[in-house]
Write a protein that binds this ligand. Sequence first.
Ligand code: CMP
Length: 143
Amino acid sequence: MEKTFLMVKPDGVQRNLTGEIVQRFEKKGFKLVGAKLMQISNELAEQHYGEHKERPFFGELVDFITSGPVFAMVWEGEGVILTAREMMGKTNPAEAAPGTIRGDFAVTVGKNIIHGSDSAESAEREIGLFFNESELVSYDKQD
Ligand code: CMP
């Protein structure tokens, strides 16, 4: 079954939005198969955001994501990668539709509350970066 990596960023954790965000994906019907509150190291941040290394905001991105705890999650379900991106809203919260997580709770692109994998390849890479196989659970869930 398809899996994606989602992460409540330090701003979302600080603003007590973790529960609300988890609830949105639970209520949608996706299955949580891994989760942990963690402090990201500089090394992990640079690996995670490697594709943005040449961007002018790379330093800012790494500083921000390592500035406080994040809530890292793996969610499973049919079409979860794309649907989670739609539920998150556009990267720039100013353009994110009301009803989406960023549309409802964020204002600036740097502090946009949540990260989600943008493709099957990213999902596999990011899940592998943040979780060991033994930290993911497999279970049946009633609809
Ligand atoms: P995320 O989905 O975590 O992936 C890359 C992040 O870069 C993105 O969310 C934004 O938070 C961040 N980002 C994109 N553009 C800018 C920008 N112009 N300035 C600062 N951060 C940015």
